[in-house]
Design a protein around this ligand. Structure first.
Ligand SMILES: Nc1nc2c(ncn2[C@@H]2O[C@H](COP(=O)(O)OP(=O)(O)OP(=O)(O)O)[C@@H](O)[C@H]2O)c(=O)[nH]1
Length: 255
């Protein structure tokens, strides 16, 4: 299990004021989805994960002086974008990951982008999509050029980043925070985005419309069928405390 720690609460901000942003991380096996997710949540790079586990992690973040509960679904698709329903209807935004040292993973992520384009068209909402070229530390084995990544992202109307789960934390954090910013922008821009973010029965109090955003609820939101919700301490809070021992997927421990 990952993240037994209790949630960190920002002292001055009652929980009911937190907006939520559901991010889904997609990509073929081995592209680094779990590594990026764990890096964002814990500032650490862990090299092995159970590829079959699909979990949702949540972390309270302060982004542009606004608190937000970021929920990250680390998906575990075996065969590309099939049975996507569990995350399509849940997501506020998507992050599609490939590995710059693996052309197959780049081709694989195009299938995700196509599926997401269809989804966006179907619901008439520009749910933000970010394309991430991971493993830039593997530059000398690069198979996908930066311009190929950028032009693919542009083709599908998404932001493009190159990152590495095993290099600096801030670059990874920036990508996740930018995803939240994109979701906020879209929520502000589109009257079709539902007006308030609604967590599990969280009272909808005190959130001005300028800062509200949520899952595109074009239909009833089922809880993702196969995912567990795991709450971890925010990375910011964690850095201020003595690092706890976290037991990771597959029983790996980090300190
Ligand atoms: N060098 C390097 N290796 C990475 C990076 N990110 C992930 N890896 C390695 O790539 C392998 C796959 O990473 P995962 O995070 O498990 O990839 P995933 O996309 O979650 O894979 P599945 O769980 O199989 O879907 C692991 O051995 C990681 O250690 C990175 O930025 N740089």
């Amino acid at each position: 299990m990952f993240g037994k720690g209790k949630t960190c609460h920002f002292a001055a901000v009652p929980e009911r004021y937190l907006a939520e942003c559901n991010l889904v991380v997609l990509g073929v096996m081995g592209s680094g989805k779990s590594a990026l997710t764990v890096k964002f949540l814990t500032k650490r790079f862990i090299s092995e994960y159970d590829p079959n586990l699909e979990d949702i992690y949540s972390s309270e973040e302060m982004i542009d002086h606004q608190p937000v509960m970021v929920k990250v679904m680390d998906t575990a698709d075996q065969d590309g974008p099939v049975n996507c329903e569990r995350y399509l209807s849940w997501a506020s935004g998507f992050m599609v990951v490939y590995s710059i040292d693996n052309m197959q993973s780049f081709k694989g992520c195009q299938r995700y982008l196509e599926a997401l384009a269809l989804h966006r068209k179907a619901i008439h909402l520009d749910v933000p999509v970010l394309l991430l070229g991971n493993k830039v530390d593997m530059e000398r084995y690069r198979q996908v050029s930066k311009s190929e990544g950028a032009s693919l992202a542009a083709r599908f109307g998404g932001q493009f980043y190159e990152v590495s789960a095993c290099l600096d934390f801030l670059s990874v954090q920036r990508v996740f925070h930018d995803a939240v910013r994109e979701v906020r922008r879209e929520a502000d821009r589109s009257p079709l985005f539902p007006p308030l973010c609604r967590g599990e029965d969280r009272p909808l109090v005190g959130i001005s419309s300028a800062h509200t955003f949520t899952t595109p609820c074009y239909k009833e939101l089922p809880a993702p069928a196969t995912a567990k919700l795991i709450t971890v301490k925010s990375s910011r809070a964690q850095s201020k405390r003595r690092a706890p021992t976290l037991t990771l997927l597959k029983g790996f421990k980090i300190f």
